[in-house]
Design a protein around this ligand. Structure first.
Ligand code: SAM
Length: 260
């Protein structure tokens, strides 16, 4: 069984990175990461309210978007293993409406069926590149979701067009480590980012990994030539009709469907 790289992740997100994390992302993606997070939050927020969580929240950008979109009386949790990243998140004006929890998401400190919605942005690559560990992690997410609950994940992806992939890989090689390292002071962290982006799973492979953890109706939406992808899966429930049959990710064939 593959090992988690939790020690490495903790060290990457505990040194120079947290203070400049958001600025570096916005510069390196030319602001696209903001649009992708917002789109994932918008898709996610079609869920009923209740208990929502942003997993691997980092500096809490997605948790803030979720908190703005959440129905009244929804509790939004923001969970991450890096205390320095959570400290940055806590500085945000909206933070007082969010509950922060420091935890490894592979072993969540919540009972089975606690959440109506789980969201994760740009953390899948950091959790691990190993299929085995990703399946274990998503199985843990499945455990804490209520039947009928949804998991929405946004991550950089593999563009299907060869030419887009080549341009993306060249851009990553030339700029990610150099610019990210220069601004943050950690070439190790941005060298790691540059190493993992071109090697990460394509959208179909990630969909299959999410399915292996038990999720049903798993689907994805490519963003900007497939540079990123937003995946969504449901925790099945035998007897209830879908909460939102008109959702674009679900029920593509039309008609009333039931959770499987
Ligand atoms: C690239 S950042 C993404 C942060 C944020 N979600 C965003 O959209 O910018 C990855 C985050 O995942 C966290 N992380 C990685 N593996 C984790 C794990 N197993 N449990 C909890 N947090 C984890 C890191 O501490 C880091 O804050």
């Amino acid at each position: 069984m593959a090992d988690t790289n939790i020690g490495f992740v903790r060290s990457v997100f505990s040194q120079q990175v947290p203070a400049t994390y958001e600025m570096v992302n916005h510069i390196l993606t030319l602001g696209l990461d903001i649009a992708w997070r917002k789109q994932a939050a918008k898709i996610a927020a079609m869920a009923d309210g209740g208990q929502w969580a942003d997993l691997c929240t980092g500096t809490g950008e997605t948790a803030v978007y979720l908190s703005k979109l959440a129905p009244k009386d929804t509790t939004v949790y923001a969970i991450d293993l890096s205390v320095p990243m959570l400290e940055q998140a806590r500085k945000k004006p909206r933070a007082r409406r969010i509950r922060f929890v420091s935890s490894d998401t592979l072993v969540l400190p919540f009972a089975d069926e606690s959440f109506d919605l789980l969201v994760m942005s740009f953390a899948t690559r950091n959790i691990n590149q190993s299929k085995d560990i990703l399946v274990r992690t998503f199985t843990e997410y499945y455990r804490v979701l209520k039947p009928g609950g949804r998991f929405v994940n946004v991550e950089t992806s593999r563009p299907s067009l060869w030419v887009v992939r080549r341009v993306r890989d060249l851009y990553v090689k030339l700029f990610v480590k150099s610019i990210g390292g220069a601004i943050s002071g950690s070439s190790m962290a941005y060298g790691y980012l540059a190493h993992t982006i071109p090697r990460f799973y394509g959208p179909q492979e990630l969909r299959d990994i999410i399915r292996l953890a038990g999720f049903t109706k798993v689907n994805f939406q490519r963003q900007v030539f497939g540079l990123a992808a937003i995946h969504q899966g449901m925790k099945g429930c035998k007897s209830q009709p879908l909460v939102n049959d008109s959702h674009p990710f679900l029920n593509k064939g039309g008609g009333l469907s039931y959770r499987d």
